[in-house]
Write a protein that binds this ligand. Structure first.
Ligand SMILES: Cc1cc2nc3c(=O)[nH]c(=O)nc-3n(C[C@H](O)[C@H](O)[C@H](O)COP(=O)(O)OP(=O)(O)OC[C@H]3O[C@@H](n4cnc5c(N)ncnc54)[C@H](O)[C@@H]3O)c2cc1C
Length: 487
């Protein structure tokens, strides 16, 4: 056994979880990330079953002078959770969710996925904002923000966090809350995984019926511009119980009849999370504003809604996903015209295939803005609406067709009509990352984050992420760090 092999043997014997090594079937399974753009071969994957495994793995890495990454749900668009030749802390075995129904509090371990959290809270008639895809990791989502159907009602996921337990880069236990290390608490709500390794989140939970009103209305490309203007006016005055996302896309995939293939449509998902009868009354004006091609809004389980995007476009294994997003304090007519023009000029997928680009426009405002820009590190950009431009395709040789269209056409042209700041969880990074990340936060927030980073991670060991370097340091490229330990 060589040096690195015997050192890893030492780590293995200090873990309750498994140490997955190259060549093992479980290593291959766990190395798969949400976007197939990220194919990685880590040195080893330490499956942490509890806080002690996290502490031991960090102390091992520090003792050996090797880099480590942190992996939760694996949905990070740039795949930071796994890096070639780098030891990965896999938190997914830590996926417990404890609910205190009387105190309306939840403790969610950092390896949990949204679907687990929703399932365990719904059984008590409670809920908290999550994302819109059930296998996204709670940790990465919450450390960056957390935008989902309940965002107008309860803010982002991180607005509901009351405490975070974590392990520092020294391997020490730390608690971040309004009382304990308040600066760290502020930074870990929006600053991503830059400051410490979160092991669990304490969250406020809210009463919500497991059955809510939800579904989609679909409009043709001809009706979409007028409908989207109704959507805008409706959402600006809508009660917080309303959630919505309009999606401009080309009909594609094996279920679409040949004569409709590639047709531009607008699918608007509408959600009402209060009383069902009241929801019918509240949503009626928008549902009937322009007669839709179809209307599937009906009572359904919230946990079913949380799987509405599963499979088809975003979360299949072979999908090469790339994404940009922006905040809209106002949604101007010029923005809507630009979005329509971009979709009309977008590449047309092959018949029967699921490749495509799309633009989503989510309703924000409500509780998301009421908490205030300074309350957490998450940029909010005064957003009453929020767009995402997404490319998803299968063939590497077609990256420039799909990814290139979002990167070079959709993102700059939609951003020209958007406000400043950006939600980093929904932005793939490009060559301009060193300028884009500070811009996303704004100068004051970024400076405060750098200061807190200097205190908790002065050597930027937690740098495989949307990185915030310590004060006075440029972000080192992972390849240039000299610390990776190739197997
Ligand atoms: C299909 C899909 C759907 C999505 N839908 C939504 C949505 O509806 N709403 C939304 O807000 N976002 C959404 N996102 C974006 C998502 O919030 C981010 O990609 C988020 O980073 C995913 O977290 P994760 O734990 O799954 O990812 P990971 O890749 O495991 O982690 C993401 C980053 O956080 C770091 N990290 C993870 N856990 C910890 C920890 N415990 N301590 C310190 N650092 C840690 C990792 O090192 C990595 O840099 C979606 C992404 C995808 C791919």
């Amino acid at each position: 056994m060589n040096d690195s092999g015997s050192a890893l043997h030492d780590l293995d014997s200090n873990l309750r979880g498994s140490l997955l090594l190259p060549g093992e079937p479980a290593y291959a399974v766990r190395s798969k990330l949400a976007s197939a753009r990220n194919q990685r071969h880590p040195l080893a994957i330490a499956q942490c079953t509890g806080v002690a495994d996290v502490v031991n793995t960090i102390q091992f890495a520090r003792g050996q002078g090797i880099d480590f990454t942190v992996l939760a749900g694996g949905h990070e668009l740039d795949g930071w959770g796994l890096q070639d030749g780098v030891l990965a802390l896999d938190l997914t075995p830590m996926n417990g969710v404890l609910v205190d129904p009387r105190g309306r509090r939840g403790v969610v371990q950092a390896g949990s996925r949204l679907g687990i959290m929703d399932r365990e809270t719904a059984v008590h008639g409670l809920a908290v904002t999550g994302g819109t895809v059930s296998d996204t990791g709670v940790a990465g989502l919450t450390l960056g923000g957390g935008i989902g159907w309940l965002v107008r009602r309860h803010g982002a996921t991180l607005d509901n966090v009351t405490a975070i337990d974590a392990v520092t880069v020294e391997g020490d236990l730390v608690r971040a809350s309004a009382e304990d290390n308040p600066d760290l608490f502020w930074a870990m709500r929006g600053g991503g995984g830059n400051f410490a390794v979160a092991t669990s989140f304490e969250l406020d939970l809210h009463p919500m019926s497991p059955t809510i009103l939800a579904g989609s209305v679909i409009h043709s490309a001809a009706d979409a511009p007028a409908f989207l203007r109704h959507y805008r006016e409706f959402m600006l005055d809508a009660p917080d119980d309303v959630g919505g996302m309009a999606i401009l896309l080309r009909a594609n995939g094996p279920d679409v009849p040949a004569d409709r293939h590639g047709e531009l449509i607008c699918v608007t998902i509408l959600v009402y999370t209060g009383d069902l009868h009241e929801g019918e009354r509240v949503l009626a004006p928008l549902r009937s504003a322009i007669t839709p091609l179809s209307d599937t809004v009906r009572p359904q389980l919230y946990t079913t809604l949380q799987q509405v995007f599963e499979g088809p476009l975003l979360s299949q294994e072979d999908r090469r996903t790339y994404q940009k997003s922006g905040f809209l304090p106002e949604m101007s007519d010029a923005y809507l015209d630009e979005a329509m023009d971009l979709m009309k000029a977008s590449p047309v997928p092959r018949a029967g295939e699921r490749d495509g680009t799309l633009i989503t426009i989510s309703a924000m405002g409500g509780a998301f803005l009421r908490v205030g820009e300074e309350s957490t590190a998450m940029p909010r950009g005064g957003a009453n609406f929020y767009w995402e431009a997404i490319a998803s395709h299968a063939r590497v040789e077609e990256d420039e067709i799909w990814t290139g269209y979002v990167r070079d056409q959709m993102a700059p042209r939609l951003r020209a009509h958007s406000g400043p700041r950006a939600y980093l969880n929904h932005n793939s990074l490009d060559d301009d990352a060193a300028e884009f990340i500070p811009w996303a936060y704004g100068a004051d927030k970024f400076a405060r984050l750098q200061k807190i980073k200097s205190q908790w991670d002065p050597h930027n060991l937690l740098r495989y992420n949307k990185n915030i370097p310590p004060e006075g340091q440029a972000r080192p490229l992972p390849e240039a760090s000299g610390q990776t330990w190739s197997s």
